[in-house]
Design a protein around this ligand. Sequence first.
Ligand code: PLP
Length: 438
Amino acid sequence: MSVVRGAAAEASPTSAQRGPTTPEAGDASATTNTISGVAGQAINLENEHIAHTYSPLPVVVASAEGAWVTDVDGRRYLDCLAAYSAVNFGHGHPLLVDAAKKQLDRVTLTSRAFHNDQLGPFVTALARLAGKDMVIPMNTGAEAVESGIKLARAWGYRVKGVAANLANIIVADGNFHGRTTTIVSFSDDPTATTDFGPFTPGFRSVPYGDAAAIEAAIDENTVAVLLEPIQGEAGIIVPPAAYLPAVREITTRNNVLFIADEIQSGLGRTGATFQCDNVGVVPDLYLLGKALGGGIVPVSAVVGNVDVVGVLHSGEHGSTFGGNPLAAAVGRAVISLLETGEYQQRSRVMGERLTTGLERLVGCGVVAVRSAGLWAGIDIDPALASGRGVCELLMSRGVLAKDTHGSTIRFAPPIVISAEDIDFAVDQLEAVLRELRA
Ligand SMILES: *Cc1c(COP(=O)(O)O)cnc(C)c1O
C-alpha cells in the first residue's frame, strides 16, 4: 500500500508523510499482534499489562501539533477525533502550553484545604463565560455529572421540598454521561451495564427528542432533567430544533432543574460556546469537561446560579484534585480563547465546509450525515463496511477517526484545522468508500 497523496493533500505543506502505518492497517481483520517494528512492540507492551477495556486503532502516537499527530515511525495523521473534543483547540496550543508550563514552575496542587491564587480567576472567568454565578470545580466529565446529580438531589430536598430519598431524575434513552456506577445505572447500552449492577435507583429514561415524554414522566419528586443537547456517543444525534426550548419551558413550569451535559457539545465544538446557545436555551446547570482542560489536564465543572449551587455546604462535596492551580491556570487560558469568539466562529465556518463535503458522499457509500458546527456523525452503508472497517482504511490513508455504534463514524477534528485539511479528510473518506465499492 503506497502513501496516498490526493490533490487536496498536495495543497497542504503538511502532507508529505501522511500514509499507511502497516500493510495490514487497512485490513479489518488485522490484529495488533501482526504489526511489526517499533509500533508493534509498543502495542504488545501495552496489551500485556493493560486492562482490555478499549480496542484502539493500531497507531502509536508519539507527538502532535495542531490537528496532526505523528506516530513512532514518523508517519503523520490528521486527527479527526480530537480526543472526543478534549483537544478542541488543537494539540500543543502555544497559549495553553505556556499557561501550563508557567504554572508547573509555581505550584501545581494545594488541595482545597488551602486557597490558591489561580482558582479565583478561573471560576470568575468560567462563571462569566456561562452567564452564571457559581462553579463546582472537578476533574473528569463523569465527576461533573456525579456532582450535578448530587446537587440536583440536594436542591430537591432542601429547596423544592421533596421527601427524603424519593428524588428522581429524568434522562434520555441512548445517553452517554460517563462510566461510574451511578452514571451507568441509567445507560441503556448493555456493554456499559452488563455485570456492573446493582444500580443506583432514582432515574427514569424516556425517548430522546420527545419533550412530551419528559412532561409525562415528571412527578412531584422529579428534581431534574439531565440531557446531552446533542447525543455524541450515540452518533451525533441532533434533536428537533424545538426540543430543548420545550424542555426548558416544561422544566421551568414544573419547578424541575434542567441540566445540560455540554461536556462534549460545549466549548466551541458546535460553533457556539454552548450547544444550548444555538437553540436559544439557558439551562439551570451546565456540565463541562473535556476541552475545559485544553487537552493538557482533566478539568471539569458544574456551573449554575447561587439559588441551586449555593445549597451545598462545607464538607458535603469535594475532590482532592478539583480546582488545583495547574488545572485552574489551564482552564483559565482555555476560557480566554473562547472569550474571543474566534474558535466558535471557526468551528461554524470549517463545520460548513466539512458538512458540505460529507453530504457530497451521500449515496456513494454514506447513508446519512448529521452535523453541528465541526462535529459530524456519518452513517456508512452497513452493507459496505463496519464503522471500524472504515476507520481502519481511513487510518491507512492518514486520517484518524472513530466509529460509534455499528456503522457510524464521527469526525470531530480540532477547531484549528485548516480548510485544506478538511478537504483532505473528506477526500480520503471518498477514496475509502470508492475502494470498498470496487
Ligand atoms: C465524555 C463524556 C462524559 C464523561 O467524561 P469523562 O471525562 O470521560 O469522565 C460525560 N458526558 C458526555 C456528554 C461526554 O461526552
